[in-house]
Write a protein that binds this ligand. Structure first.
Ligand code: NAD
Length: 496
């Protein structure tokens, strides 16, 4: 087992990096022969030439996926059998945990300990959870008159395409392919061009587990080429997306311009984390607030990027917060002790640094962090930053930075806190800290957000749905609700 940075470096030497698409059970180059270079943000090393698939590959893959679906080889398999195969897939992911963790870290920059303890186990768990559910879900019989039998059944939707981001490459993908495959669909995964390697690798594991060829396909490539082609395709039944709100809106247009495919969107966020003076434990609140912005380099859709603190405790709270953030130090992403890894690419790093400059220019007060660091590694590292004196009108409080930049906003009353929390185009998540039970409930009810955490931040597992209000999207990943996205509801009336 790899325990040190040099163990991981050694492990890297023995890796075979696959960059081709996976279509109909085989690795294939893009039909055009085009590739793009995949470089590591950890230290700038070259990783692989990756197939840059486009419309031609999308068309060919949809035909393959449709054929697999119509054949019934997967869609008509007994749910218990699909369960068995998917559990094997989950086990294979765990059996290859080190290799997948290394790929995830090198590809997108997150700390190796996170990849090992969070990303890969959570992916395996998402698959297992959906697999275990699928042979326990019953259809319905309608309360009909005596001479009728009304069956309400769920059927797999058909060909599902998923377009996913780079911040949790495998987890985001698994939240979609696990329920979609369990429900019997054929699946085409378009990973982010910034982090395609683990998606490509697990396609082989899916086949090894027994998922028939053509049922699980991976098309690496750019958004405006292969992503757009899938979104505009007349024979894709469902498009599941996680990514930015700007692209999510574009996908709704593509669906309208093509076949009205079902479009499920999990988009951006600018989540408020509200600390009242009567929070049960201010130190715990400060630690959670630090983790909410520094974990995964702040590249988290639910990052608690707006920290609302009641005026009467702010002087007490700020030192606790600064101290808590010190536990989050950028370090080489392959070092197992590292808690903050590299920013995904140069463009994203420049964007984060630009927002930090905007914060300063608009009069917010940078109290810690905010500099590029560890340049000698050849990687892209930025210190987590806290701005005090932020108003909710400032750019850094309104726009999703998707980096470790925290805006601290002070409030006086509960009413004011709720107004600020909801004054946002997004509605993905929110936190509230109070020991008053009634206030916790009323405040949580007032928040326009898909997930609310009370006296914690970022809790949850596969059992509850995850998704957003407002411009954070419409779909819900995880839980039994996720199956709704990948199935059609049919009513069959039988005259008795
Ligand atoms: P992005 O929107 O830039 O890209 C997401 C995916 O869309 C990528 O695979 C990209 O190639 C593809 N894409 C880009 N243009 C396209 C087009 N014209 N047609 C089809 N596909 C296209 O987002 P990103 O930078 O990869 O990820 C960060 C965003 O993801 C943030 O806004 C974050 O909040 C969001 N996110 C949301 C959730 C959630 O569950 N709500 C989870 C993780 C990330």
């Amino acid at each position: 087992m790899a325990n040190t940075r040099s163990d991981w470096e050694q492990r890297f030497q023995s890796l075979t990096l696959e960059g081709r698409a996976f279509i109909d059970g085989q690795y294939r180059s893009a039909l055009s022969g085009e590739t793009f270079e995949c470089m590591s943000p950890v230290d700038g090393r070259f990783l692989a030439n990756v197939a840059s698939t486009d419309e031609a590959d999308a068309n060919a893959t949809v035909i393959v996926a449709r054929k697999a679906f119509e054949s019934g080889i997967w869609a008509r398999l007994a749910p218990a059998e699909r369960k068995r195969i998917l559990i094997r897939f989950s086990d294979l992911i765990l059996a290859n945990q080190e290799e997948l963790a290394l790929l995830e870290t090198l590809d997108m920059g997150k700390p190796i300990s996170d990849s090992m303890t969070i990303d890969i186990p959570a992916t395996a768990n998402a698959i297992r959870w959906s697999a275990e559910a699928i042979d326990k879900i019953y259809d319905e019989v309608a309360p009909t008159p005596h001479d009728q039998l009304g069956l309400i059944t769920r059927e797999p939707a058909g060909v599902v395409a998923a377009i996913v981001p780079w911040n949790f490459p495998l987890i985001m993908a698994s939240w979609k392919f696990a329920p979609a495959l369990a429900a019997g669909n054929s699946f085409i995964l378009k990973p982010s061009e910034k982090s395609p390697l683990t998606a490509i690798r697990i396609a082989q594991l899916a086949l090894d587990a027994g998922i028939p060829k053509g049922v699980f396909n991976v098309l690496p490539g750019l958004g405006h080429t292969v992503g757009k082609a899938l979104a505009l395709h007349m024979d894709v039944d469902v498009l599941a997306f996680t990514g930015s709100t700007a692209i999510a809106k574009q996908l709704l247009i593509y669906a309208g311009q093509s076949n009205m495919k079902r479009v499920w969107l999990e988009a951006g966020g600018k989540s408020p984390n509200v600390v009242f003076a009567d929070a049960p434990d201010l130190r715990a609140a400060a630690q959670a607030a630090a983790s909410a912005i520094a974990f995964n380099q702040g590249e988290v859709c639910t990052a608690g990027s707006r920290l609302l603190v009641e005026r009467s405790i702010r002087e007490q709270f700020i030192p606790l917060l600064v101290q808590a953030l010190q536990a989050w130090k950028p370090g080489h992403a392959l070092d197992p002790a590292t808690t903050v890894g590299a920013v995904v690419d140069q463009r994203q790093m420049e964007s984060v640094l630009r927002y930090i400059q905007i914060g300063k220019d608009q009069g917010a007060h940078l109290i810690t962090g905010g500099n590029r660091t560890l340049e000698d590694t050849g990687g892209l590292y930025v210190e987590p930053a806290i701005f005090d004196g932020v108003t909710n009108a400032m750019t850094i409080a309104r726009e999703e930075i998707f980096g470790s930049v925290l805006s601290l906003i002070t409030f006086d009353t509960e009413q004011e806190a709720l107004a600020i929390a909801n004054d946002c185009i997004y509605g993905l998540a929110a936190g509230v800290w109070t020991s008053n039970l009634s206030k916790a409930h009323t405040f949580a009810r007032g928040l326009r957000a898909g997930s609310v955490w009370v006296n914690q931040y970022d809790g949850g597992d596969m059992t509850a749905p995850f998704g957003g209000f407002k411009q954070s999207g419409n779909g819900r990943d995880k839980s039994l609700h996720a199956f709704d996205k990948y199935t059609e509801l049919k009513a069959t009336w039988i005259k008795l």
